[in-house]
Design a protein around this ligand. Structure first.
Ligand code: FAD
Length: 373
């Protein structure tokens, strides 16, 4: 055997699982197709929103609170800029069901927050314009995670705890036998007692049985250079998600003192394979985004300073797939555009599952076999 557990894919959750397993005394081999840190995965792009008030469902709240605790601990111990507390504003019309769900999440766990009327929203956050009947909830536990720093720090800790992490080692196939599981790379075949597949949008290549339940969605990120960056500093401009008519936008204040990240949520059409991802937006697409963002937040200029296009793997119910696929294969995928904030919790669940331990949280909503049921 080359290891107790081989992890395929060292994005955030795969790296976190490696750290957990090594801390629990397992021998761990992490295989990453690219360099250990890179910008082709789902995690890159400067920031990821953390929200505790969750319109995706209040059943996520206990997981979110545990994840936040772990992020803060990691940030404090490492002193890396991993979590910036900015608060997150959810803005929408009063009868928007997502806002109702946000309120439910806040009430369930007694999360510190402020409810703002349209008038209060206008006076506290004048950066947002074209407010008609929109109201807002400020989630005070929300903030911005810094994914590149976080993944680097998690990998550093995994290695220090004894995990072997190999970059530039794409896995070509997985074969399960009675006594072990074999992983083939260009350099040869490796064996382990258990495998964790955490390969992002490339997962269906290794586990084709999951393909019918998954789709790849591109997500574009856009940044703006405001004339007055101090108006968009974290102290005065919380991160936000805003529903205005049919437009769903999100944003993060200036984390580097100059650029503001603001853009649309995923609406770019699905693609069939990772190679089809076009990492540039057309001039027309950029013009439309900047026009729409400028209309709602006029302090951001009507021109995009920087952009990048990434992708995440979505399930049709937008709920992740995490659990045992077979005796020796555990999978974590389909995070559906909202997985990064859960990294510590999902990483722990992957590690516990591979070790045959019962995870701390109910993982039945994530069961890989739910679709066939
Ligand atoms: C633009 C964008 C914005 C987002 N915003 C948010 C947000 O605000 N908040 C939030 O919580 N979530 C957000 N998400 C979602 C979150 O970032 C993703 O759900 C999460 O990062 C997915 O992680 P992953 O480990 O599945 O994939 P990845 O991070 O892509 O990791 C998979 C890794 O596996 C490697 N790999 C693939 N195939 C192989 C192979 N055959 N052999 C070895 N290695 C392999 C890849 O190189 C990669 O490093 C966003 C996603 C995107 C794309």
């Amino acid at each position: 055997m080359d290891a107790d557990v081989i992890i395929i894919g060292l994005g955030a959750a795969g790296s976190y699982a490696a750290w957990n397993l090594a801390c629990n005394g397992a021998s761990v081999l992490g295989l990453e197709a690219q360099t250990l840190i890179h910008d082709d995965g789902a995690y890159s792009g400067e920031s990821r929103l953390f929200r505790a008030a969750y319109h995706e469902g209040s059943h996520y709240v206990p997981l979110l609170l545990a994840a936040r605790h772990a992020w803060l601990e990691l940030a404090e111990e490492s002193r890396a800029p991993i979590f910036q507390s900015t608060g997150v504003l959810s803005i929408g019309s009063p009868d928007d069901p997502r806002l109702e769900q946000v309120r439910r999440s806040l009430a369930q766990a007694d999360i510190p927050h402020a409810a703002l009327s349209t008038a209060e929203l206008r006076s506290r956050y004048p950066q947002h314009e074209q407010l008609t009947d929109e109201i807002a909830v400020l989630d005070e536990l929300g903030g911005a995670l810094r994914p590149e720093s976080a993944v680097t720090e998690i990998q550093r800790r995994a290695s220090a705890a004894g995990a072997e992490l190999r970059g530039s080692t794409p896995v070509l196939s997985i074969e399960e036998t009675a006594g072990s599981v074999h992983v083939t790379t260009a350099e040869g075949t490796l064996s382990a007692k258990q495998v964790i597949v955490s390969a992002g949008i490339w997962t269906p290549r290794l586990l084709p049985a999951l393909s019918p339940h998954l789709t790849i969605k591109p997500i574009a990120l856009t940044w703006f250079a405001p004339e007055n960056p101090q108006d968009f500093a974290p102290e005065v401009f919380p991160a936000f998600i805003r529903d205005h008519g049919n437009v769903h936008i999100f944003g993060v204040p200036t984390l580097d003192g100059s650029l503001v990240k603001a853009g649309y949520d995923a609406k770019w059409g699905d693609i069939d394979a990772p190679e089809q991802l076009d990492r540039r937006l057309s001039v027309a697409e950029r013009a439309k985004i900047s026009h729409d963002i400028h209309a709602l937040i006029p302090g951001l200029p009507d021109a995009i300073a920087k952009h990048s296009v990434h992708a995440d793997l979505f399930t049709f119910d937008k709920t992740p797939i995490i659990g045992r696929l077979s005796d020796r294969i555990t999978v974590g995928t389909g995070y559906s555009g909202h997985g990064f904030k859960f990294t510590p919790v999902f990483g722990d669940i992957l590690a516990d599952t591979a070790l045959g331990r019962t995870p701390e949280f109910d993982t039945s909503p994530f069961a890989p076999h739910r679709f066939s049921a």
